[in-house]
Structure formats: C-alpha cells, structure tokens
Write a protein that binds this ligand. Structure first.
Ligand code: GSH
Length: 200
C-alpha cells in the first residue's frame, strides 16, 4: 500500500494512526499541498479532488476521504464494531467530525498557521462553530470513556486527529476536562504515534 500524505494534515494523521495501530507496512509519499502538489495531472488521475490523504492499494486501486480509508482498514479489526448499531454510531460521529468539527477546528488551525493575516476575518465564525463541536464532545465524554462502546474505534481516531491540535487553531483545550482525559486515554496506546512523526 502507498499513502499520499502531508505530514501536518490531521486527515492524513488519522490514517497513519490506524496503520500504526494495525502494524501495517506502507510506502509514504509526502506531498506539499501549499505548493499545489495535489493538483498536478498525475496526482489528479489518482484523486480527481486533488486532496490528500489517498490510499493506493498494491493493485493500483485508490481510496480517498480519510474516514472511508479508516473504514477500509478497520473492517474486521477491533477498531470497527461488529454490531450494526455500534457501526451506525461510529458513522454518526465520523459524519459529525466531517461536518461540524473538521471544517471549523482544522480550518482555524490551517488559517492561523498559513494565512493569519489574509484570512483573519474568517476566524470568529470558525471559532464559534468549533466551540460548539468541542462542547458536544465534552458532554458525551462526561458519561462515556470512548465515543462508541468500550474501547477505541475509528470514531475516536477520526475525532482525535484535529482535537489534539485544536490549540493550534486557537481553542483552549484546558476548558474541556473530559476531552483532555480522553486525549490522554487515547494516546496511551502502545503503538501510538505523534502527528509530527515521519513514517519510516
Ligand atoms: N474530507 C477530506 C478532506 C481532505 C482534505 O481537506 N485534505 C486537505 C489537507 S488536510 C488537502 O489535501 N488540501 C489540498 C487542497 O485542497 O488543495 C478527508 O477527510 O480526507
């Protein structure tokens, strides 16, 4: 397998995390998204959307969208529940991540990192939406150790990726004690890797 990636990307980090947890080997291709390396004709022949992450299988088939890749890798492992209700709950949190969480928290982090002056006017709305997403997670984690069931699933992986770096987007994680404990619980995995770790 080959993972097309950009090291600081939380969407790609989700995939790196699960590949590590499952001890799967893969080739790593780091593309510079700021320099437009995902918009070449060659790359777009693999993913017409022009984004990472992209998983390429050894037979050349490809899967885009971080959460779809997580599902592909997790099926048949403890990270994807075996009963349909819990599977649907995983999907519920993964759609939440893509609709409410990533578009605010990840985008605020992106703007503060790369365009802090040019795009500053977008930040107030993003901060407001991001706080709503964190509040929803905080309330869930008041009564639950994990997002679904009794152990980590791909719902936790999807939500961990941008939550643990929410501070880089201007969010104050110390305001969220349940999230803070969950982040520690999640990263206490023997095969945990950091977002900055370059795959070997
Ligand atoms: N919904 C997609 C979002 C992927 C995405 O936003 N990728 C960004 C980096 S995190 C990207 O490739 N940006 C480059 C571009 O759009 O030109 C997923 O979850 O994989």
């Amino acid at each position: 397998m080959k993972l097309y990636d950009y090291l600081p990307s939380g969407n790609s980090y989700k995939v790196r995390l699960l590949l590590s947890y499952l001890a799967l080997e893969y080739d790593w291709v780091n593309l510079d998204i700021i320099a437009g390396e995902t918009h070449t004709a060659d790359y777009k022949s693999r993913n017409p959307v022009g984004q990472i992450p992209l998983l390429e299988l050894s037979d050349g088939r490809t899967i885009a969208e971080s959460n779809a890749i997580l599902y592909f890798l997790a099926e048949g492992t403890p990270y994807w529940p075996s009963n349909v209700f819990d599977q649907a709950k995983c999907l519920q949190w993964m759609f939440f991540e893509q609709y409410k969480h990533e578009p605010s928290i990840a985008v605020a982090r992106f703007i503060r990192t790369y365009y802090p002056q040019d795009r500053a006017d977008e930040l107030p709305a993003l901060m407001s939406k991001g706080v709503q997403a964190l509040d929803i997670m905080e309330a869930h984690l008041a009564d639950n150790q994990w997002f679904v069931g009794g152990g980590p699933t791909i719902a936790d992986i999807a939500l961990y990726a941008y939550t643990h770096v929410a501070g880089e987007g201007g969010f104050t994680l110390s305001d969220y004690p349940n999230i803070t404990i969950w982040l520690d619980r999640f990263s206490d995995h023997p095969r945990h890797i950091r977002i900055t770790d370059i795959p070997s």
